[in-house]
Design a protein around this ligand. Structure first.
Ligand code: NAD
Length: 425
């Protein structure tokens, strides 16, 4: 297959489906399992009114797509963004099924979201939106059945509102059970040490492991990071703490570069005070499109989908693309990367640190435990590196790319469960 055979701009779910079908073919997956996984189990769409600060009511649309739960409760984030629609949430839900299976977690996959512009909503409006959405989802979510987490546009505060709403409407008398409804909560409300930084931490463990395989020292690594939110910021910060040099950062407000390395904490302070990356004194403001031409060893797309297009993939200088975001690389770009000998470490592996530590948070909630940060990081390292090594092994065994290798690991686990349990009735 060459990049000319693919159509850039296809639906995100079609792209996600094609990735898993490639692995299904390579490994000769049971056709019944393939058919089941081609469609989400449940597609929940809710329209609900929210009182705005102006005194008016607005109708919002929210989604919860439950893709598969053969390995355990549905698990996946909640996204607040203007582009959220059924197709996007379906793709994100499917990726969660494969991500949790690859990491060896006792979870299935789901995703949710609300079509909205969170930046234009006050804190009170966001609270009413979140509580009303949680109420609308009702018993479709629950600590034993479907466990949400933060994603783009949401954070620990939104998770705490969700859990509090659920505790007051469905929680019963067990004050601890409701905490396990959501992960990514604040520490004061039952969150885990290390959850906020977990996705970025996992991305950095993967970069470190890839460098070892490529025979490079971490001090030789230069990084360009797209997105400076939860994933992008913590990836950049931890990479710098590990001795790597962050040479370019790009978000929706602009882009900055410095071949000597950007001071990540100072850049965050600048972003917090000016609401923009542009004008940062510790680097040069560059045109956003020039970000893709910056010289670097590692490129981390950690913003939104379809950012690494075939045209950009032809220009990048990196040796490895580590997908912090979900679906950042188009299928055409994937082909270009392959042709250029650039390694792509797929999203379902690279950004799985978030759901791995979410699992730790859920276990702590259910057992009324508190784990120290050192234990969380050690266990995260163990699981994500095991997933990396399994991925590399399957890619070698089937003479394929790492993305397909990662899907093979996930599909093996799912197929084994279906083979042993059978398909009801
Ligand atoms: P976030 O809302 O905290 O940050 C998103 C970042 O993307 C912001 O810096 C924003 O400026 C940037 N961005 C948005 N549109 C852009 C554009 N057109 N060009 C350049 N930059 C743009 O979100 P997040 O939680 O960091 O999530 C980022 C990605 O990582 C998403 O794909 C998400 O699904 C994925 N992810 C997140 C987690 C998590 O734990 N938060 C876990 C796994 C995967």
């Amino acid at each position: 297959m060459t990049s000319e055979h693919l159509i850039e701009g296809e639906s995100l779910y079609a792209a996600a489906r094609a990735q898993f079908l490639k692995a299904a073919q390579v490994m000769n997956l049971d056709p019944a399992v393939r058919t089941i996984l081609e469609h989400p189990k449940n597609e929940i769409c809710v329209n609900f009114p929210v009182l705005m600060d102006s005194g008016e009511f607005r109708i919002f649309r929210g989604y919860r797509i439950q893709h598969n739960n053969i390995l355990g409760p549905y698990k996946g984030g909640i996204r607040y963004a203007p582009q959220v629609d059924l197709d996007e949430v379906k793709a994100l839900a499917a990726w969660m099924t494969f991500k949790t299976a690859l990491a060896g977690l006792p979870y299935g996959g789901a995703k949710g979201g609300i079509t909205c512009k969170p930046g234009e909503l006050s804190q009170n409006e966001q609270m009413r939106l979140t509580r009303r959405f949680t109420h609308a989802l009702g018993s479709n979510i629950g600590p034993e059945s479907d466990i949400p987490a933060p994603d783009m546009g949401t954070n620990s505060q939104h998770m705490v509102w969700m859990f509090d709403t659920f505790a007051n409407s469905h929680g019963g008398s067990d004050r601890n059970r409701a905490k396990a409804l959501v992960t990514g909560k604040s520490l004061a409300c039952g969150g885990s040490e290390g959850r906020e930084k977990a996705t970025g931490q996992g991305v950095c463990y993967i970069i470190e492991r890839w460098a070892k395989m490529a025979g490079l020292k971490t001090s030789e690594l230069t990084l360009a990071v797209q997105g400076f939110g939860n994933v992008g910021y913590f990836t950049a910060l931890i990479a710098q703490q590990m001795g790597m040099k962050v040479v370019a950062v790009h978000d929706h407000t602009g882009a900055v570069a410095n071949v000597q390395g950007l001071d990540v904490a100072a850049l965050k302070l600048h972003q917090d005070t000016t609401r923009s990356l542009n004008g940062f004194a510790g680097g040069e403001t560059i045109a956003p499109e020039a970000f893709w031409d910056q010289k670097c060893v590692v490129l981390v797309p950690a913003a939104i989908e379809n950012q690494l297009t075939s045209a950009r993939a032809k220009r990048i200088t990196a040796k490895v693309v580590v997908e912090g975001a979900n679906g950042p690389t188009t299928r055409e770009a994937d082909v270009v990367l392959g042709e250029r000998g650039i390694t792509a470490i797929p999203d379902i592996l690279a950004n799985s640190g978030g759901v791995i530590v979410s699992f730790f948070e859920w276990v702590q909630n259910r057992n009324c435990e508190h784990w120290e940060l050192e234990a969380v990081d050690r266990k995260l390292h163990e699981l994500i590196i095991k997933a990396f090594e399994n991925t590399v092994e399957r890619a070698k065994r089937y003479k394929t790319d790492l993305r397909t290798g990662a899907y093979v690991v996930a599909l093996e686990r799912i197929a084994k469960a279906y083979a042993e349990r059978g398909i009801f009735p």
